[in-house]
Ligand binder design. Sequence first.
Ligand SMILES: O=P(O)(O)O[C@H]1O[C@H](CO)[C@@H](O)[C@H]1O
Ligand SMILES: O=c1cc[nH]c(=O)[nH]1
Length: 236
Amino acid sequence: MPVHVRAEPGDFAESVLLPGDPLRAEYIARTFFESPRLVTRERGMLGYTGSYRGRPVSVQATGMGCPSAAIVVEELVQLGARNLLRVGTCGGYHRELQLGDLVVATAAAPQDGTVSSLTRGVPYAPAAHFDVVHAAYHAAERSGRRTFMGPVVSSDLFYDPVEDPAGLWSRLGVLAVEMEAAAIFTIAAMRGARAGCLLTVSDTIGEEVVRISDEDLRAAVDNMVELALDTLHGLN
Ligand SMILES: O=P(O)(O)O[C@H]1O[C@H](CO)[C@@H](O)[C@H]1O
Ligand SMILES: O=c1cc[nH]c(=O)[nH]1
């Protein structure tokens, strides 16, 4: 049994949704899964398994930041997980992004300490697995939802003291900032698993930072989770 995700092989499905927030994990399981079962609650990092349209699926909280996500993903792979799909929130850097929009991350610039520790500082480009991006693209197209596909940046900082992070990153074509995808993509690649990342824009970051209302966030997350479950369903 792993040290942190305290469960046995077979407790998790091969496909796992990965929100940062443990309460979002509980909400997803109770709202979207058939017959959800709590499989781990160690450190409050809730994990559930149930089914969706008759197929087994799990959801496991990663906590915030790459170090925490790295531990969780390593242990999920030890437990048999093969398809890992982050369902998170992000700050929009791209000017066209609006609150509640959906971002499918194709890559994650590793502005964190975890990925460089794993690569011993060797330059590396953490990327989502093509199969997951492909399935997410088609699920988004079917949903008709306003969706942006492209790179994001995974930062160690939520409160970034840099004057204009949006200016720098959007000039580089980076759509949004979040805090876990780079580590999830890297560990999945190292361990032969397939990872992807869907994000709801909860903040827009420009000259000022604007935060989504709780009600609008709930609705946008519901949409994202439906799309995530369709994405996993579309993977063979
Ligand atoms: O909404 P989640 O999945 O937690 O993701 C984002 O929200 C947290 C910061 O508020 C970080 O974990 C960031 O990546
Ligand atoms: O990491 C994150 C997540 C949401 N909003 C942000 O500004 N940053």
